[in-house]
Design a protein around this ligand. Structure first.
Ligand code: FES
Ligand code: FES
Length: 214
């Protein structure tokens, strides 16, 4: 049985960085089953001009406000891929088991295939498309690390690996090999590229430190 870290109830947004640090820095088992993402989420149902209730919600995705019509019970993955045309997050198992759909919610990894879109209203959602520098287009250290160390074969798992590694390095800039293995342990790679993936995260950590120190 995989352990499930959850945000404590009533967690303020500003507390999420320390939670990420605890999850990754404390070497606890992680499994990112966001059905149990227990922060308080509110559903904002907008009123049409005629006063009738509509099912339109507003999400903040990659620092832009995006209106989603007919959110209903749709998953965040469905909304991101099919409505916002963000194809970074992948559909793998649909059951929170493989990690291909991983996004960041307030910096914390979340499995978008099992997370209803209405539960992330008011949160900052980051997808793979939001990692590069928006003005220069420069790849993030993690993206660059995977590129340099060829951390993928078919690439299907790549989104999840990159997003988890991004959260890991934001909490721990100098992870050990065990830290990396532990962070990625619940993300599946069917091609068996694990050694290259670990080397990619190690390179990403180097790049991040280099950029931080000029
Ligand atoms: S598609 Fe979401 S965890 Fe597999
Ligand atoms: S590179 Fe193919 S699933 Fe990981």
């Amino acid at each position: 049985m995989l352990s499930v870290p959850t945000l404590p109830k009533n967690t303020a947004k500003t507390d999420t960085a320390s939670i990420v640090r605890k999850i990754f820095g404390g070497r606890r088992q992680i499994h990112l089953h966001t059905n149990d993402f227990s922060a308080e989420f509110s559903t904002r149902v907008k009123k049409s001009p005629e006063g009738t209730m509509t099912n339109t919600i507003e999400l903040t995705v990659n620092e832009s406000a995006r209106l989603i019509s007919d959110a209903g019970d749709r998953t965040l993955l469905d909304v991101l891929r099919d409505e916002l045309r963000l194809k970074g997050p992948k559909y793998g198992c649909g059951k929170a088991q493989c990690g291909a759909c991983t996004v960041l919610v307030d910096g914390l990894p979340a499995r978008a295939c099992v997370l209803r879109a209405t539960r992330v209203i008011g949160r900052n959602i980051t997808t793979l498309e939001g990692l590069a520098d928006p003005s220069s287009g420069e790849l993030s250290p993690v993206q660059q690390g995977f590129l340099e160390r060829e951390g993928a074969q078919c690439g299907y798992c790549l989104n999840g690996m990159v997003m988890i590694a991004t959260a890991l390095l934001s909490a721990n800039a100098s992870p050990t090999r065990d830290d990396i293995r532990n962070a990625l342990r619940h993300n599946l790679c069917r091609c068996g590229s694990h050694l290259e993936i670990i080397a990619s995260v190690e390179r990403a950590a180097e790049l991040m430190r280099e950029r931080q120190h000029g």
